[in-house]
Design a binder for this molecule. Structure first.
Ligand code: SF4
Length: 219
């Protein structure tokens, strides 16, 4: 039965001494750390090279990601891949994941409408992100959109104000003690789905590419 009380969090599902991302991914498949697992199809864990130098962090899987079990395979993912290429980043250097690893949605008829994950979901799912970072030890963390940026840098962080600026990480993390990684850097930009929703799509896309160029120059 799905839980209806406050989320217990993912920690009890995280292996104590994980040796690989694949081990984490297998364990996350059974996570019931919050109620989102109950209605979603499956856990959508991060993917990318285990020696990736850059970790992109998005919000949560969307409808297509939920069905395929892979992050960023829908329209926003396609756009992000284009932007990565345009910015001169090597896709082999990138591992991509989400702050929340199950799709949160509302049913309207037969359609599943995206719902932004709440602070409790982000907190509940955080142990997976911490575990991914601990294994990957990236040189640069890129937060995609407001949810990821708040999850990483704290609730007062504003992407609109600070996008495209390199910051010290983990010093800029909301709970730096959670992230046992050497000194690296971080940067926030908009989520690629914001480009798809923008009135001026070209300007929004160019802004995303510009921010990613900062990332490309930093590694
Ligand atoms: S969203 Fe995260 S914490 Fe919640 S059940 Fe899924 S993997 Fe576990």
């Amino acid at each position: 039965m799905p839980r209806t009380d406050a989320p217990v969090g993912a920690q009890e599902w995280v292996p104590p001494h994980p040796q690989s991302i694949d081990e984490l991914k297998a364990a996350a498949a059974g996570c019931e750390g919050c109620e989102l697992y109950a209605d979603a199809t499956q856990t959508v864990f991060g993917r990318g090279a285990p020696d990736a130098r850059i970790v992109f962090v998005g919000e949560q899987p969307g409808d297509q990601e939920d069905q395929h079990g892979l992050p960023f395979v829908g329209p926003a993912g396609r756009l992000l891949r284009e932007a990565v290429d345009a910015a001169g980043l090597d896709p082999a250097d990138i591992y991509i994941t989400n702050s929340v690893k199950h799709f949160r949605f509302e049913l309207r008829g037969k359609r599943r409408i995206h719902q932004t994950p709440g602070p409790a979901h982000i907190v509940a799912c955080r142990p997976w992100l911490v575990a991914e970072f601990s294994l990957l030890k990236p040189e640069l963390v890129v937060a995609l959109g407001a949810t990821a940026a708040k999850a990483l840098f704290g609730p007062s962080f504003r992407v609109t104000r600070s996008r495209g600026e390199l910051m010290a990480w983990p010093a800029s993390a909301q709970h730096p003690e959670d992230f046992p990684v050497a000194e690296i850097r971080a940067l926030a930009t908009i989520h690629p789905s914001a480009v798809l929703r923008a009135d001026d799509r070209d300007a929004a896309y160019n802004g995303l590419v510009e921010d990613l160029r900062v990332a490309a120059a930093a590694v």
